[in-house]
Design a protein around this ligand. Structure first.
Ligand code: NAD
Length: 478
């Protein structure tokens, strides 16, 4: 049975997008010295939302200098309890402006408003609240209390404001100042955050936002005034950054790609597991570093799980991300859609069986229907490479040992999920899975108090929790 819903679009009137944005340096929006401009578009409609500045070398240096001055003159001199007040204030303003931020995120990113409203923005506020609580207790976290100084931070487009919060909140709590570069396809919520910093009366230069693409990111990484680099993005760019920083005294943390296994045993409650599989790979169109993109299902329940999964996927609603009924929004960019197309073609060419949910694809914008590949082997590219889209590769296993072996047979190690009724089996699996996070009978759950990060080619360093503070404190060398 299918239901037809009347559209329930969120109002766009709550956002006020300027036609042009400069860079946020030293507490104000300034025009570029040596940069250019680029356009940011709504991926669901291809409408140009605004013209944004692509920062050049002189702009990046100006931002780094502002951050250095703020570090020396105000932020490092301020006691933790005073820094905490700013973080609390920012958290509260985020809550007050949450509807506006959710709409802006959905317009610029293409993710469903239901997700930006109910997941991204509440987590952003939670991150600032959590780190506000730490700011006057840093010395008790166990990593010393010496901030690095200026942190250069680079983030991707899949959770634009949430990744900003994961970076900026701990950096400021520990006493660093920041120059952050958002991704080129999703700069708008970072620029709205700049306005929130002004509204919170954050001292000028403590947070600086430089927009631009990879070249701007490279300039920030290589700037001599940056003491610590924190990067979230692809493994390929992470490698380049690690090479560029080798031999320097800069601190580095890398949060990179993933290819998580979501492992379903034959005693798992099927209906719950189906919701977990859907959440694992189709949340945020699969643009999730820890997405459960490999489903490992015990052979005896393979057909039952696949039938139920396909029935469920056929009910997902793809379309206008601003509609509150929408489950699957737009792919963030033409480039990302091309990457997904290439890997899906590779899956077909290598002999896996493709099934895609029946969806009406909107005429404009970039879209990909929820897709499942069965008959996948470990050698297939779709089982090895990160697709970063709504595409699930299904493999089978017979024994827990085989499940562990297959789950760990990947260069990545960010996350995993285990579905089973048996607690002892979950603990046995969790101790053997080479993944930074293991979810049991759930998936994609986040809490600022819980550290997140990877093994192997998924990077190093943790974000969130007490452990996340270590990334922003200079460790004593003994
Ligand atoms: P990307 O590596 O292409 O870009 C990420 C950011 O780096 C962007 O801001 C980009 O402009 C910048 N950049 C590009 N080249 C650069 C260079 N040479 N020097 C410095 N900066 C540069 O990644 P993406 O396509 O935007 O994001 C998707 C990737 O991010 C996926 O691989 C995903 O798994 C990963 N990711 C990881 C986590 C995590 O916590 N581990 C979280 C979200 C996303």
């Amino acid at each position: 049975m299918t239901f037809d819903y009347a559209p329930a679009p969120e109002s766009r009137a709550v956002v006020d997008i300027a036609s042009h944005y400069g860079l946020f340096i030293d507490g104000e929006f300034v025009e570029t010295i040596d940069g250019t401009t680029f356009k940011t578009v709504n991926p669901a409609t291809e409408e140009v939302l605004s013209e944004v500045t692509e920062a050049g070398a002189a702009d990046v240096e100006r931002a780094v200098k502002a951050a250095r001055t703020a570090y020396k003159q105000t932020w490092s001199k301020m006691p933790g309890r005073e820094r905490a007040k700013y973080l609390y204030r920012i958290a509260r303003i985020i809550q007050e402006r949450s509807r506006e931020l959710a709409v802006l995120e959905t317009l610029d990113n293409g993710k469903p408003i239901r997700e930006s409203r109910d997941v991204d923005i509440p987590l952003v506020a939670a991150h600032f609240f959590y780190h506000a609580g730490w700011a006057d207790k840093i010395a008790y976290a166990g990593y010393g209390d010496r901030a690095y100084g200026v942190a250069g931070q680079i983030i991707p487009w899949n959770f634009p404001l949430l990744m900003l919060a994961w970076k900026i909140a701990p950096a400021l709590a520990c006493g660093n100042t920041v120059v952050l570069k958002p991704a080129e396809t999703t700069p708008l919520t970072a620029l709205a955050f700049a306005d929130i910093c002004r509204q919170a009366d954050l001292p000028p230069g403590v947070v600086n936002i430089v927009t631009g693409a990879g070249q701007t990111g490279r300039l920030l990484v290589e700037s001599p005034g940056v003491d610590k680099v924190a990067f979230t993005g692809s493994t390929e760019v992470g490698r380049q950054i690690q090479r560029a920083l080798a031999g320097t005294r800069k601190g580095l943390t890398l949060e990179l790609g993933g290819k998580a296994a979501n492992i379903v045993f034959d005693d798992a409650p099927v209906d719950e597991a189906i919701e977990g599989i859907v959440n694992g790979i189709f949340f945020n169109q699969g643009h999730v570093c820890c997405a459960g993109s490999r489903l490992l299902v015990q052979e005896s329940v393979h057909d039952e799980v696949l039938d139920a999964l396909k029935r469920r996927l056929a009910t997902l609603r793809m379309g206008d991300p601003m509609d509150k009924n929408t489950d699957i929004g737009a792919i963030n960019s033409f480039e990302q859609q091309s990457r997904i197309d290439d890997l899906v073609r590779a899956g077909e060419d290598e002999g896996a069986d493709r099934w895609s949910a029946p969806c009406t694809i909107p005429e404009r914008g970039w879209w990909f229907p929820p897709t499942v590949f069965t008959g996948v082997t470990q050698a297939h590219r779709i089982a090895r490479e990160e697709i970063f889209g709504p595409v699930l590769s299904v493999l089978t296993f017979r024994t827990p040992d085989e499940a562990v072996e297959k789950a760990n047979n990947t260069p990545f190690g960010l996350s995993a999920g285990v579905w089973s009724e048996k607690g002892s089996r979950i603990l046995w699996m969790a101790s053997r899975l080479r993944a930074g996070v293991v979810w049991a009978n759930t998936f994609n759950r986040f809490d600022p108090a819980s550290p997140f990060g990877g093994y192997k080619e998924s990077g190093f360093g943790r974000e969130g929790g007490r452990q996340g503070l270590a990334a922003y404190l200079k460790q004593e060398v003994v």
